[in-house]
Design a protein around this ligand. Structure first.
Ligand SMILES: Nc1ncnc2c1ncn2[C@@H]1O[C@H](COP(=O)(O)OP(=O)(O)O)[C@@H](O)[C@H]1O
Ligand SMILES: [Mg+2]
Length: 366
């Protein structure tokens, strides 16, 4: 069990500041996912925690101890890389044992740990194979096995599933969650995939441009994004954004107006940005936003219509029974008070919709 605290962490490569002052507390035993677009500095931050890069400014603490000057091998962390980085000439057993052999660990203890990890990862029958005789998923498991045998208190994962096909990714996601429950170790997991983040994380830390945008439980981020970036990054299709201004009890913009939510602070006036999730919009004859349907995605159970309105392109969910075609003129309206309000520049959320009430529990007759 280990707590990791990042305080004001900065890292530059040459003149490029890549990690721009990150404060984050990772709790002991949690599955923290660092989520963000490609190039936002996730791998760099993970390598700073592992000790593979030097921290320029700020402090890294693990279990209260300053780690900035501590070499990687003494940090009690193990990293699983995006490229599995297996040694091609070694067997699975040798690959898994390699780090321990380097540390001159007792041979019997190494054998015991490799056996145990292989069992956990269902690799027991493959221990004498070479990497090229394994599937992608099996190689990924060996890479994880190599971290597990070290029995670190902190695991660092850098997009470990990104090289696998969709079906295998879903399966490995389940296995990772199981592994976390079994090992109860602190896991820090980097990905650009919001589905991985939403399904695996106890908390998600969203990054953009080397800065932490928000950290919280997955649904908290989805329902209460702190700014436009987080609102737009989580959810599919992406949240719709429209420019609006408030006068009295009305929010209006290009070609639309709607009542301001009753709980919107009276101080909030002038130019604003509205955020509308496609799932919170319905096609309705007296809708707020009007326009022509440009594209339709039917997913079976429901679908999404993409509508060109004066306020910009808007995606809206529709139920399977609804007939929508490209070229139709339609109107859409938010359900209830489902409007997020941000400052005009999108840097700060000012208001979120009230949360949907918890689903009613249905008593099943036995
Ligand atoms: N060793 C390095 N030298 C110079 N630039 C680097 C180095 N490592 C990463 N970068 C740059 O830092 C930025 C962030 O990279 P990275 O941390 O890999 O992002 P992510 O993992 O979020 O995609 C990129 O622009 C990348 O080119
Ligand atoms: Mg990366």
């Amino acid at each position: 069990m280990s707590e990791v605290i990042l305080s004001g962490i900065q890292k530059a490569f040459g003149d490029n500041l890549i990690v721009k002052g990150v404060d984050l507390q990772i709790r002991s035993g949690e599955f923290l996912v660092m989520l963000g677009p490609s190039g936002c500095g996730k791998t760099t931050l993970l390598r700073l925690i592992a000790g593979l890069e030097q921290i320029d400014e700020g402090e890294l603490r693990i279990n209260g101890r300053r780690m900035n000057e501590v070499p990687p091998r003494d940090r009690d962390v193990a990293m699983v890389f995006q490229s599995y980085a297996l040694y091609p000439h070694m067997t699975v057993r040798e690959n898994m044992a390699f780090g321990l052999t380097l540390r001159k660990m007792d041979k019997a203890e190494i054998a015991r740990r490799v056996q145990e990890a292989a069992q956990l990862l269902e690799l027991s029958d493959l221990l004498d194979r070479k990497p090229k005789q394994l599937s992608g998923g099996q190689r990924q498991r060996v890479a994880m096995g190599r971290a597990i045998v070290r029995q670190p208190s902190i695991f660092l994962f850098d997009e470990p599933l990104s090289n696998l096909d969709t079906a295998l990714r879903v399966q490995m996601r389940g296995e990772l969650a199981r592994l976390h429950r079994r090992l109860k170790a602190t896991m820090i997991y980097v990905t650009h995939d919001q589905v991985e983040a939403m399904t695996l994380a106890t908390r998600v830390a969203v990054f953009n441009g080397g800065l932490l945008q928000q950290c919280g439980e997955p649904l908290e981020l989805y329902h209460r994004p702190a700014n436009r970036f987080v609102g737009g990054f989580l959810g599919s299709p992406s949240m719709n954004f429209v420019a609006a201004s408030r006068t009295g009890a009305t929010l209006s913009g290009q070609g639309f107006s709607l009542p301001a939510p009753a709980d919107l602070d009276a101080e909030v006036r002038g130019d604003l940005l509205l955020g509308l999730r496609p799932q919170d919009l319905r096609i309705a004859p007296d809708g707020v936003f009007r326009g022509e349907v440009e594209a339709v995605e039917r997913l079976g159970f429901d679908g999404f219509a993409f509508i060109r309105t004066e306020a910009g392109s808007i995606a809206a969910r529709f139920d399977k029974g609804v007939d929508v075609k490209v070229g139709d003129r339609v109107a859409v309206a938010p359900v209830g008070d489902a409007v997020h309000v941000f400052t005009a520049d999108g840097t700060k959320a000012l208001r979120h919709p009230s949360l949907p009430s918890a689903p009613t529990t249905v008593e099943m007759a036995s």
